[in-house]
Design a protein around this ligand. Structure first.
Ligand code: PLP
Length: 471
């Protein structure tokens, strides 16, 4: 492909992309592909000779598209959204074009300095404490791992990095029983050991019980453990519960624990001034993460990680072999030292495009709308005889189940709801996923796709009611 062919193919690709969005509602939201179906259509060896671009696009339509689940469909209500938006996509195209590997300031000064500034913008938009330093990570999982590793180093006097765990105190970590599995994974990777991760019970709203947290910490100290870190959720994955940040912060200060807040999904809601009370006490957090790649219309991957003690972070991750030395030294930020990977994509560009394109007011308006639509749906469910709400609706996620009045057996209801969910998703008209809350099968309805309108939610609700009658 030469440059003129690239230009022509790129124009055609843009047309393909615009048509995709125009027709996105014609695709089944959850792919109808069965295991092996895509694999079996791909030649088992690579082609000897180069192929024409039109053949690649032809096979994209024929082989790949049937195996795609349409995360950008306005009837995608599953998991949490991984939203993109038109400005974000355009920025990703430019990022791909520049192909810059932004590990050091010198390897693209503008990428580093734009990242510094958009992270400041985000901190201001969310009203985060002024002493937080921001860096973009690929995912919240990585950010949480970075937080645990920095805590481990700071509390071990930076000894585990050099000496390994031998001779070190036995660390314990704390999160609620509703916390995300990325914490379990990070605890394993960081060498803390999953047996030393305490899952604290939750209250009736699925938020961590701070009294139980303190009791568990005291018990561990008495047994000779060293409590290392507590991780609070601002929006759990199952039901979007908010752990009591203020109480947890006080406990972490009292017992000298590192305090991380996982706000992967719900952090975006903090751009609304009316929600800021929900995170009172955030000043005592050491680190905070939220994902613009979930609810802030920015392509995956883009996770905003904030840390108070920048020196501890740098002491944990900096490594400077001869081939990475640059003349600017530590007069500049070299973001390779702010996390795990050396190589880094130019991710700040898409955030810059999104924030400038929507404007803070535009973003606020969208988030407010999503919350309002979720609230309206909650009311409809509450007013329905055959459905019930399973958890408080704090943001734009509605947890509910089908519960015809004559049925009371939990197992029977669990099966019924599983059946309902599968029938809905098989229709291709929407996509919802589930969780279990107190062992009760619960359907999660996540409002908030970028180009969704309220009629998509109302249509989905009608379909849910109709399908429930059919099972
Ligand atoms: N934390 C919470 C509360 C989540 O809901 C999720 C994913 O949904 C994660 C962490 C992991 O996010 P990521 O895919 O960015 O690692």
């Amino acid at each position: 492909m030469n440059i003129e062919e690239f230009r022509k193919n790129a124009h055609e690709t843009i047309d393909w992309m615009a048509d995709y969005f125009k027709n996105i509602e014609d695709y089944p939201v959850r792919s109808k592909s069965s295991p092996g179906e895509t694999y079996d259509q791909i030649p088992s060896s690579p082609p000897e000779k180069g192929e024409l671009f039109k053949d690649l696009i032809g096979d994209l339509d024929k082989i790949i598209m049937p195996g795609i689940t349409h995360w950008q469909s306005p009837s995608f209500f599953a998991y949490f959204n991984a939203n993109n938006s038109f400005p974000s996509i355009l920025a990703e195209m430019i990022t791909a074009t520049l192909g810059a590997q932004c590990m050091s300031w010198q390897t693209s000064p503008a990428a580093t300095e734009l990242e510094e500034m958009v992270m400041k913008w985000l901190a201001e938009m969310l009203n985060l404490p002024g002493d937080f330093h921001g860096v973009i990570q690929d995912t919240a999982s990585t950010a949480t791992l970075c937080s645990i590793l920095t805590a481990r180093e700071k509390l071990s006097g930076f000894k585990v990095n050099s000496k390994g765990f031998s001779g070190n105190r036995k660390f314990t970590a704390y999160c609620s029983s509703e916390a995300h599995s990325s914490i379990d994974k990070a605890i394993r990777i960081a060498g803390i050991g999953s047996d030393n991760l305490r899952k604290i019970d939750v209250d009736e709203n699925y938020a961590m019980d701070p009294e139980k947290l303190e009791k568990t910490i005291k018990n561990d100290i008495n047994k000779g453990f060293t409590p290392l870190i507590v991780i609070a959720a601002f929006g759990t994955t199952g039901s979007t519960a908010v752990d009591p940040v203020k109480n947890i912060g006080e406990i972490s200060e009292k017992y000298n624990l590192w305090f991380h807040i996982d706000a992967a999904y719900a952090g975006t809601a903090l751009i609304l001034p009316e929600n800021r009370w929900m995170i009172a006490g955030i000043e005592s957090a050491d680190t905070f993460v939220f994902n613009p790649h979930k609810w802030m219309f920015t392509n995956f991957d883009c996770s905003a990680y904030f840390v108070k003690d920048k020196d501890a972070l740098l002491r944990t991750f900096s490594i400077l072999p001869e081939y990475l030395k640059t003349k600017e030294g530590d007069r500049v930020n070299n973001y390779r030292d702010w996390g795990i990977a050396l190589g880094r994509r130019f991710r700040a560009l898409k955030l810059w495009f999104v924030i400038r394109s929507f404007g803070v007011k535009g973003l606020q308006q969208k988030i407010r709308e999503h919350i309002r639509w979720a609230d309206n749906l909650k009311e409809k469910i509450e007013n329905s005889d055959d459905f019930e709400i399973m958890a408080p609706v704090l943001f734009a996620t509605v947890c509910f189940r089908y519960k015809p009045s004559e049925k009371n057996d939990t197992d029977e209801l669990n099966k019924l709801n599983e059946q309902l969910l599968e029938k809905l998703n098989s229709s291709g008209k929407l996509y919802l996923t589930h969780t279990k809350l107190n062992n009760i099968y619960t359907i999660r309805f996540v409002v908030g796709q970028t180009y969704q309108e309220e009629h998509h939610i109302l249509n989905a609700w009608d379909l849910i009611k109709k399908t429930a009658k059919e099972i």
